[in-house]
Design a protein. Sequence first.
Length: 318
Amino acid sequence: MEATRRTFFQAVAALAAAGFHQTPTIAADKKFQWQNGQSPWPMCLDTATLSKDVPLEKKVDVVAHSEFDAIEPWDRELAAYEETGQSLKELGASIREKGLFVPSVIGLWGSLGNTKEDFESRLEEYHTTLRMIRDIGAEHVQIIPDLKKRETFTKDVGAWCYRRISEIALNDYGLKTGIIFLNAVPELKTMSDAVDVGMMSGWPDAKIIPDTYHNFHGGTETNALRMLNPEAIAIFQFADSPQGLERQDTWCDEKRVLPGDGILPLVEQLKILYEIGYTGCVSLELYNPIYRKREPNEFLKEAHQKTLSIIKQAVSHA
């Protein structure tokens, strides 16, 4: 990470902690504002890419010593950190001091409920999670269906739940929300399904979270990205799918591979994001147990290089 970006984030740490999210201006001698002028998007790492045995504070240190710009933790990591008696507000401040930021947290599980009663019964849990996500300084929270009841998820109830949780997230915690779609959820497996839920909710700042891996396995075509308003994308999840793995309608996230090591049209998808004006994070999301066994610093060096290589190909003629 370039020194200028570190300086910027240190200077605005207090503002970020107070809920202000600003974007640094592009230096006159740089084509793009991220990755030393090589990327129009901040590069983020989903913390579950690394071993579950590595505590959150260690993951923060590892990512801070890599070339990534941001970190995307999980709710279970926030809870485990608090259980040790430590402060998430202080960890959030440390993250910003190290030159990183938190674009979103994964996530609010089951908040796209199957019934209104199910949703209401878990409100205390949701408030606790939202408070932790606010404390670490995140901008978005990812809104996720009840995976134990995924076969009976319906868009109409999901839309009601999405509006309700978005109201709570914004009004009580200052957080924006994004809808997750998953290839293993029959009524929420494509990008268009997620857009439907957002539109049906009537929430004025409805957002979705496209994922290159779920796009492929759920059956979302690449050119569907062209129809999106870039402001309706909370974050863009990034991974490749290996050669020989056909489209799946069951869980297969453990088979994600590094960008460029598989078959997905990643360059084309990023070209479209650039054309429509998306400026949020591209977040590397790999849950492959083989990668989790590797030494973290060495692995993130390769992961960064391969991700940036795809980005550079996508914007080479910009």
